[in-house]
Design a protein around this ligand. Sequence first.
Ligand SMILES: *Cc1c(COP(=O)(O)O)cnc(C)c1O
Length: 478
Amino acid sequence: MKQSVLDRLEILDQRNQSMDPDPDTLQEWMDALAGYAQQFKAQIPTAKGYETNLSPTSSIQTSLLKDTPTPLPEILADYRKSVMEVGLNAASGKHLGYIPGGGLIPGAIGDFVAAMSNVYAGIYFASPGAVRIENTLLEWMRDLFHLHTGTAGTLTSGGSIANLIAVVCARDARKVCSTEFQKLVIYTSSQTHHCIDKAIRIAGLGDSEQRTVPLDESYRIQPAAFAAVIREDREAGRIPFMLVASAGTTDTGAVDPLPELAATCKAENVWFHIDAAYGGFFQLTEHGRSKLKGIEWADSLVVDPHKGLFLPYGLGAVLVRDGEQLRASNHFTANYMQDANRNPSEWSPAELSPELTRHFRGLRMWFSLRAFGLDKFREGLEHKLLLALYAHNQLSQLDGIKTGPPPDLSVVLYRFTGTADDNAFNLRVTQEIQEGGEVFISSTTIDGTVWLRFAILSFRSDKQVIDTALEILKRYLA
Ligand SMILES: *Cc1c(COP(=O)(O)O)cnc(C)c1O
């Protein structure tokens, strides 16, 4: 070995050490982080729900990626300016648009700890503790929804990927060959989340028949209409394959009549998928349990802890009644994994999802559920249901505003009426409220009609926020 190589190696050995901070540097970093956290918390009540001025983002440039170090406080300060103060403030309780959640701080701490320790959460062999924690969370959800003991599941980055995994699993479980895909019929409704359409395409089922089942006046699937279209499809020689029901639609929060739909699916051998990404965790409340009755019959179920458990973005879950089917869709063998798959005493995420190396994303949920205790979540979700009830009640007393159906869960639908062009007026109100930033709301269009919504699910939303939103709306009443 040449001496010059050994000399260079010695230098690099030295220099490499600074990638790991010494105790003083680590303390400085942690202090900077703590300072950031305090500052973040302190500004939340006064921060806008939305900031339209995009100019701070222009400072995000490749020139910031320098050859030499930048002090962490400076990086955090840049972040505060160019990221946090622009666009939608999804951590704010003023976020009443789309589906919020908030981002519980113990969840962020769980993420930090998971990332810092860099445990390998994909395979039981690598981190039995991490996999046990994630499987325990899945068992907790299985029991919460009274699913079968043979259920298996996996924690995903969100509801879209969870739904995709479910669609693929249903496809594989059905054991039809690809030449028959055109004959398959997938039943959805006009209120099904668009990620299902994506999932169908990505799963290679784009050529299958997608049938939208009619809704009742509360935007719930009509069970009789579902049974009727199945009959038609059978008579036409098609293969009824899967129903996607929603337990809390994104637009209106409507819960489809799960027991009736479950019965039809069972009788017709149709895979019963429930997308409960938004509504699932209301199961923790008494009202939610009565609304979500029948959820236990799902062949596959999707929930989003980053919505209903108020966790930071990046956590969905899919549960499949016949866990073997989920494994059949996702299992693998690989020469270089031969040591890792020795005698596992339980299934690993890598066998139950398309992922291998992955963030230990379950830790944010574990930390949060333990740090607060389950009662805090039960109360938090009941609080959101009551806020929705309150908002619907207050809105329905306002002349010039028409409310949608009484909320099944925590989405409240309303619109201004009696203007020259109601759709245009409601869109203008939405845009102006968004630009004002006092609260953030979003609109939707159902059957050609524009509606405004309150989606109340941030743990930081309270009566004060709803009252502010109501006051803003009243300004638009003549
Ligand atoms: C949010 C949502 C999804 C998509 O989940 P992501 O976590 O955003 O990927 C799917 N279905 C419903 C009903 C939702 O509310």
